[in-house]
Design a protein around this ligand. Structure first.
Ligand SMILES: O=P(O)(O)OC[C@@H](O)[C@@H](O)c1c[nH]c2ccccc12
Length: 261
């Protein structure tokens, strides 16, 4: 079993547990379910920098990055530093996040929030809305094209935007029939953890020119962001580079200053 399969096997059990504790009917009664979401794609389109700053305490590839990071110390600081959006990991076992992290962040900021999760079931999309997310991630490698289309439709019904993550050419078929708002190219191979920024440069040539493209993972240099922007990317998803610092918001602020030079 590769790591992605391992995560998904655990996710299935987690979804069952969550659903038993809190049914879809109950999610539909929560406060955030009717909230007007903020458009992440528009925020990226109008931003000069396009940084999506991620909140991630640990990862399967790096182990613990910032075990005691707090939402209250990080997410408002990301917003103040000029993040166009924030991505919040809600996976507990592998990434050290909690659903409560996203709920807490929602109360503190007005920037768009992406629920970073391994979505394999409609239930998680209702959950994302109830937590206060504005957008969800769908990972092509984790779902079929049929599931992808179904999940995009449900997300849109709930007012959530969709970031569809692709890794290689074989996954281009996922964008053919689905109406995703943003396409992400993950520079990290989720089965081997290797990162290669050239993935982004190669894949963008194959994407329809009108798609809003985001480069994800392994970015640490403002020069790389500038090159990716010149190649057509409008969003840059960065986690470890900020989270490895005691104060991730300060690290983002310094990065954005360098980007503007
Ligand atoms: O910490 P990095 O290398 O800057 O990467 C951030 C983000 O792209 C990465 O966390 C990520 C991209 N796609 C994912 C899917 C699931 C979990 C995590 C991810």
């Amino acid at each position: 079993m590769n790591i992605l399969e391992h995560i998904i096997a655990n996710k299935k059990k987690e979804i069952e547990r969550h659903q038993e504790a809190f049914s879809i009917e109950r999610l539909l009664e929560t406060e955030q379910i009717n909230r007007h979401t903020i458009s992440m794609s528009k925020s990226l389109q109008k931003s000069e920098t396009g940084i999506i700053a991620e909140f991630k305490r640990k990862s399967p590839s790096k182990g613990w990055i910032h075990p005691n990071a707090q939402i209250k110390d990080t997410i408002p600081a990301y917003e103040k530093a000029g993040a166009s959006a924030s991505s919040i990991l809600t996976d507990e076992i592998f990434f050290g996040g909690t659903p409560g992290d996203l709920c807490q962040a929602r109360k503190m900021v007005n920037m768009p929030l992406l629920r970073k999760e391994f979505i394999i079931d409609e239930y998680q999309i209702y959950q994302a809305k109830a937590m206060g997310a504005d957008a969800i991630l769908l990972i092509a490698a984790a779902i079929s094209t049929q599931e992808c289309n179904r999940f995009v439709q449900l997300a849109h019904q709930l007012g959530l935007e969709v970031l569809l993550e692709l890794h290689d050419e074989a996954e281009l078929c996922y964008i053919e029939n689905s109406d995703t708002d943003m396409v992400g190219i993950n520079n990290r191979d989720l089965t081997s953890f290797e990162t290669d920024i050239n993935r982004s440069f190669e894949m963008i040539k194959k994407l329809p020119p009108q798609k809003l493209c985001i480069s994800e993972s392994g970015i640490s240099d403002p020069k790389t962001v500038k090159e990716l922007r010149a190649a057509g990317f409008r969003g840059f998803l960065m986690g470890e580079n900020f989270m490895k610092h005691e104060l991730p918001g300060c690290a983002l602020s310094a990065f954005i200053k360098q980007l503007k030079i």
